[in-house]
Structure formats: C-alpha cells, structure tokens
Design a protein around this ligand. Sequence first.
Ligand code: DC
Length: 234
Amino acid sequence: METAARTAPAAVIVAIDGPAGTGKSSTSKAVAAKLGLGYLDTGAQYRAITWWMVNNGIDVEDGVAVADAARKPVIVSGTDPAAPTITVDGTDVSAPIRTQEVTSRVSAVSAVPEVRQVITELQRTIATEAPRGMVVEGRDIGTTVLPDADLKIFLTASAEARAARRSGELKGKDASDLAATQAALAKRDAADSGRKASPLAKADDAVEVDTTDLTLDQVIECVVTLVEEKRAAA
Ligand code: DC
C-alpha cells in the first residue's frame, strides 16, 4: 500500500512577478491557498525595511546610509496565505507598510544593492523551508531570487486597468484620484524597472499572463492550471 508521503506531490516553487496593480498579491494568495502552498509577499519585505529606515530617521535618498543600516532590522514573514504576517524587530507592521509615506519611498530603498542582498538571502531561506512549496510574488523572483523556480509567471495589465484596480483598493484613503494613482504607479514602475540591481523584469522562461481583460478568478484558474500541468509533467 502506498503511503501518504509517497503520493504527496513534490514541493513546488512558483515565482509570480510583475508591476503593481496586476493582481499579483490576490492571485498569489489564492493559488497558494488552493494548492496548499506557502505564500511570500516580497514587496512587503521591501516595504518593511523602508518603514524601519523612515522610523529610524535614515534619509532614504542617501544610499550609503541605507546600505550601512540594511542589516539592522530583523524582518520576519509569516507565510500562511490565509493570514500572511510581517514584523520588524517583533512589531507588526502590516498596516504601516501600506501608507503613502512608505509607498513613495520604497523604490529608493529597494534600489540599494545591500538592501537587495539582505532581503534576497532572507527570501531564499524562507523558500527552502516550505515543506510543500511556496508561491513567491515580487519583481525579480524569476530572474534573480529563485531562478530555478518550477514555474515562473509574469503578470501584466494595461496602465489604465492597473490604476483603476489600485484606486479601487485605496478608496477612502489618500489616493482615490485615478490620474494621480496612474502617475504614481508609472513613476514607481519606472524606478523599479530602471534600477541597476535586479530590476523588475520578465524571466526568459516565464509565462506572461495579461490580466487586463480577465477577472481575478480567471487569472487564478489560469495559474493553478499551469502549476498542475508542471506537476503532471514532472
Ligand atoms: O509589491 P509591492 O507594490 O508591495 O512592492 C513594493 C516595492 O518593493 C516595489 O515598488 C519595488 C519593491 N520590490 C522589489 O524591488 N523587489 C521585489 N521582489 C518586490 C518588491
């Protein structure tokens, strides 16, 4: 008789990259939950280190100061897709990392090579510790952090669709104006794509999924099918 361990699928690593507003987080969490995998939001880690820099009076435009401090904060990510968590030095920062103050500074901090080195090491450690595998979302997961991922997805969407989704998410806060949201997203994407250290980029072997005209459920279904096809072929 076959044991459960023998029939359990091998651990699978899924890298989901793409710019802001393409549905990366919602898709990644849902795919991880459906397949019983862990979920890692790498953007939250860059936001967490940015929050620490701001809170500790570090000028985020001063690359040397940011680099010198990069190893100081202790960032811990909880990888349950139903309730992902993030702490810095033991403090829950899941809300403050989403403020405009952090969002407007995160591209500067995440462009500093020493920051990327620290966060990339952390991401690789977390990914290898997941017993059944993990969905890891970000900007450089397929190209740099986990180049041997079993499946790489690159999500895209038109600038208008991305801004509409983001401004819907932020309604009632400080970014309800569609044009301003679109401009802010374009600025952040340009900085994330244009930086020297592991920029936002599609890996050569990534599957590109344009989510402009798809519902979230359709995107989730598409990615789940791609994972199942990979597993079947393995
Ligand atoms: O996914 P997000 O919008 O929360 O990410 C916030 C920022 O973090 C994003 O503008 C760029 C940076 N980031 C990165 O440089 N590399 C990653 N793998 C993930 C995010």
